[in-house]
Write a protein that binds this ligand. Structure first.
Ligand code: PMP
Length: 385
C-alpha cells in the first residue's frame, strides 16, 4: 500500500485553503459582474475588488490600497515592475541591476532590456547566497533606475537583509524592486519598514487561487504601463479583472497574516530536525544559510546522484520534492542559483529542495528521513560515478 502523501513542494504549488475557496466561490457563478459595469452586479464585483485590495494593503503594510495593482501572477508583476520603470525613467538613465540568483522572471526581462540598449549588471553572491554589498555599491550610480533583489531565494532559502540593501540602493540608485514570492507567508513582509519601492508575489504563494498576483508600487514611483488597454488597475494592467482569484487572494492574505508567527515557528522546528537528520547522510551538503533561511526550507545536494532521480524515487514513497528550479527543470541545465553559490556543474545536478507548508507535521519526519536515506543509498549503488 502506498504511504499517505507527504507534500514538500510548496514553493512550486500550494493547495487553495477551503475557507478561501468558499469565500471566493460566489464570484464564479453568482456575482459574475464586470467591476467596470455600473449596474449593481458590476458594483458588487467592484466592491470585492477594493476589499481585496485593502486586505493586501494591510498584509504588507502599504501606505494606501491604491498602491496595490492586481496582476495575473508574480511573473507578470516582475515584468511590469522592471520594464515599466526602466522605460518610464529612460531620461534619467539606462542602468539596471539584479542579483545573480534571481528568478528567471526577473533575469529575463532585464536581459531583454539589455538587448535593447540598457546596461544590465548582476551582483554576485557568496556561498550562502548573500549578495556582495561592496559590488552593489560599486555598480550603483545615479543612472541606475531599478535594482531587483529577492526577499528570499526559492532554491536555497537564504533570506537577504532587505532593509540594509534598501539603504545601499537608495544611497545612489532610484528604485528597489523586491520579488517576495518565496518569502511571503513565511516572513512578515512590510514595505514601509524596509523602504521597498516595488514588491511582487503570486496568490498561490499564500494558498490563494492561481491567476492573481500583486505589484506594490510605492507612492511617487514613476512607472509606465506595458499592458495598455481599457485602463483597469490605474491603466498599469489593463484587462477585465479576475475577481474570483483576486477575492480569494485577499481572503488568503487575511488568514495567513494572522498565522505567520505561529506557523513559522512550527515549521522552523520541523525544518531544523529535517536538516539535522539529512545532514547525517554521507556526502550530503546543506545549501543556503543554516540559520538565515526560510522557516519551511530544506535544501541539500548529494554527491554522485541526479536530482531528477531523487525526485522520482521520492515520489515512489509518495513524497513530493523539487530539484533545482521547479520553473526551469525542463531545460535539464543545472540551476543557475547553485552554480552562482559556487557549486560545480556535477554537484549542482544532485540537488533536492523541500519546501514545507500547512500539511506538514513533526510526525512525518521519520518517514521523510527514511525515504531520503533509502533513495540516496539506492541511487548511489546504481551510479556509475
Ligand atoms: N519568483 C520566484 C522567487 C518564484 O519562486 C516564482 C515561482 N514560484 C516566481 C517568481 C514566478 O511565479 P509565478 O509562476 O506565479 O508567476
Amino acid at each position: 500500500m502506498k504511504n499517505k502523501r507527504i507534500y514538500l513542494d510548496h514553493a512550486s504549488s500550494r493547495p487553495v485553503l477551503k475557507e478561501v475557496f468558499n469565500f471566493a466561490k460566489p464570484y464564479l457563478m453568482k456575482k459574475y459582474g464586470n467591476p467596470s459595469s455600473l449596474y449593481n452586479l458590476g458594483l458588487e464585483s467592484q466592491k470585492a475588488l477594493e476589499e481585496a485590495r485593502e486586505k493586501i494593503r494591510f498584509f504588507i503594510n502599504a501606505e494606501n490600497s491604491k498602491n496595490i495593482i492586481f496582476t495575473d501572477n508574480a511573473t507578470e508583476s516582475n515584468n511590469i515592475a522592471i520594464r515599466g520603470t526602466a522605460i518610464r525613467n529612460l531620461n534619467d538613465g539606462k542602468e539596471i541591476i539584479s542579483s545573480s540568483i534571481e528568478h528567471m522572471s526577473v533575469i529575463n526581462p532585464m536581459k531583454d532590456l539589455q538587448k535593447n540598449g540598457w546596461t544590465y549588471n548582476q551582483i554576485p553572491v557568496d556561498n550562502f547566497g548573500f549578495i556582495n554589498y561592496d559590488k552593489l555599491n560599486e555598480l550603483l550610480s545615479k543612472k541606475t533606475i531599478v535594482t531587483s533583489i529577492m526577499y528570499a531565494n526559492n532554491e536555497i532559502g537564504t533570506i537577504q537583509p532587505i532593509k540594509k540593501i534598501s539603504e545601499i540602493v537608495h544611497d545612489k540608485g532610484k528604485y528597489l524592486h523586491v520579488d517576495a514570492s518565496a518569502a511571503i507567508g513565511y516572513l512578515p513582509v512590510d514595505v514601509q519598514r524596509d523602504d521597498i519601492d516595488l514588491l511582487t508575489f503570486s496568490s498561490n504563494d499564500i494558498y490563494g487561487p492561481r491567476g492573481a498576483g500583486i505589484l506594490y508600487i510605492k507612492p511617487g514611483v514613476k512607472l509606465q504601463s506595458i499592458m495598455p488597454g481599457g485602463g483597469q488597475e490605474r491603466g498599469i494592467k489593463s484587462g477585465t479583472e479576475n475577481i474570483f482569484s483576486i477575492a480569494g487572494m485577499g481572503e488568503a492574505s487575511k488568514i495567513i497574516k494572522n498565522e505567520i508567527k505561529s506557523e513559522s515557528e512550527r515549521l522552523t522546528i520541523i525544518r531544523n530536525k529535517l536538516i539535522k537528520e539529512i545532514s547525517k547522510i554521507d556526502r550530503a551538503f546543506l545549501t543556503g544559510h543554516p540559520k538565515k533561511r526560510l522557516p519551511g526550507h530544506v535544501s541539500f545536494i548529494f554527491n554522485n546522484i541526479e536530482g531528477e532521480s531523487i525526485l522520482l524515487n521520492m515520489d515512489m514513497y509518495n513524497i513530493q520534492i523539487a530539484t533545482g528550479s521547479a520553473c526551469s527543470h525542463k531545460t535539464l541545465e543545472p540551476s543557475h542559483v547553485l552554480l552562482e553559490i559556487g557549486l560545480k556543474h556535477e554537484e549542482a545536478h544532485g540537488s533536492m529542495v523541500m519546501t514545507l507548508g500547512k500539511s506538514n507535521n513533526i510526525d512525518q519526519i521519520p518517514l521523510i528521513v527514511k525515504a531520503v536515506n533509502d533513495t540516496v543509498e539506492r541511487l548511489r549503488k546504481l551510479s556509475p560515478l
